[in-house]
Ligand binder design. Structure first.
Ligand SMILES: C[S@@+](CC[C@H](N)C(=O)[O-])C[C@H]1O[C@@H](n2cnc3c(N)ncnc32)[C@H](O)[C@@H]1O
Length: 277
């Protein structure tokens, strides 16, 4: 009996690479960050974004990041031969994203000439007017990571300690009241964030996936389960498929609560998978 040929409707990966990506957790060792993007306090690596994009799309399809920061999603989209659209509130980060995209295009030369990579400085809360103003196409995949509530304002955060001594590095994204990272009330933050993602739905292809990279948050001695709350709330608009846990094993342990109380070192992020069904 002849074996049925492998038909791949989702991406262009071979079965072995497909299976490897299906593991529910992963470690990722990215190359060091380039100088320009160091300024941003919380970016994900382009190499990580590329793995997700190559799993959830085919070449030439369109990827959206509604909070694109310094442009990791767009650079990864270019590298994998996909089109990318990014929205970012902060003009400085939008400019860095634009520069990152331009230098990536130079490196890729002819192979990327036909691809679109568009950085839009704007407020993701106004997604419908952005889509109509820029005549944006239907989206095949959303890859994004929101501000982790107002955590960048937390004085004791380990990453912040290092940044405080380097004036060229930002401690928070902006002072802009439209910046979700400046909302103090947790429920208000969660509602606004969920609304942004839900409002993308009319612009998504049927059965397109969305990946949101996020963490649960510790504040004032208790956990605010942002990843879990987001999974539940976004699950009302999209189908929650599962989580893939990004484990970081290259961060130095801090002696929080030593000899006194349980305070973990949180070295993992949730990559939540949803589908527009
Ligand atoms: C976690 S960062 C994203 C980092 C990005 N993935 C990267 O690799 O550079 C979240 C971003 O959301 C942006 N942001 C916050 N509120 C926004 C809003 N209302 N509209 C668009 N972007 C917003 C912040 O300026 C910040 O750059």
């Amino acid at each position: 009996m002849s074996k049925r040929p492998f038909v791949n409707r989702l991406n262009n990966l071979d079965p072995k690479t497909w299976l490897k990506f299906q593991k529910s957790w992963f470690l990722h060792a990215p190359p060091p960050r380039k100088k320009g993007v160091l300024r941003h306090p919380a970016k994900f690596p382009e190499t990580l974004a590329q793995e997700f994009i190559e799993f959830f799309t085919k070449p030439e399809q369109v990827v959206l990041d509604p909070m694109v920061g310094t442009g990791s999603t767009l650079v990864a989209a270019l590298r994998s031969g996909r089109n990318g659209i990014g929205i970012e509130l902060n003009q400085t980060y939008a400019n860095i994203a634009q520069k990152s995209v331009e230098s990536e295009r130079e490196l890729l030369g002819k192979s990327a000439e036909h691809l679109r990579s568009q950085v839009i400085q704007g407020n993701a809360s106004e997604i419908s007017s952005i889509f109509s103003k820029y005549h944006l196409p239907l989206i095949h995949y959303v890859l994004t990571s929101p501000p982790y509530w107002d955590m960048l304002h937390a004085k004791g955060a380990q990453t912040q300690k290092k940044r405080r001594s380097s004036p060229e590095l930002d401690l928070q994204y902006s002072e802009d009241p439209e910046d979700l990272g400046n909302i103090q009330d947790y429920d208000e933050f969660l509602n606004q964030l969920v609304r942004i993602y839900a409002n993308i739905k009319p612009y998504l292809e049927h059965r397109a996936y969305l990946t949101v990279i996020v963490k649960n948050i510790k504040k004032g001695g208790k956990i605010f389960p942002l990843a879990w709350d987001l999974a539940r709330e976004m699950g009302k608009t999209f189908t929650l498929k599962d989580e893939k846990i990004w484990c970081q094993d290259d961060i130095r342990l801090a002696p929080y609560g030593l000899g006194n109380a349980w305070v973990s070192n949180t070295f993992h992020h949730y990559c939540l998978q949803f589908r527009n069904e």
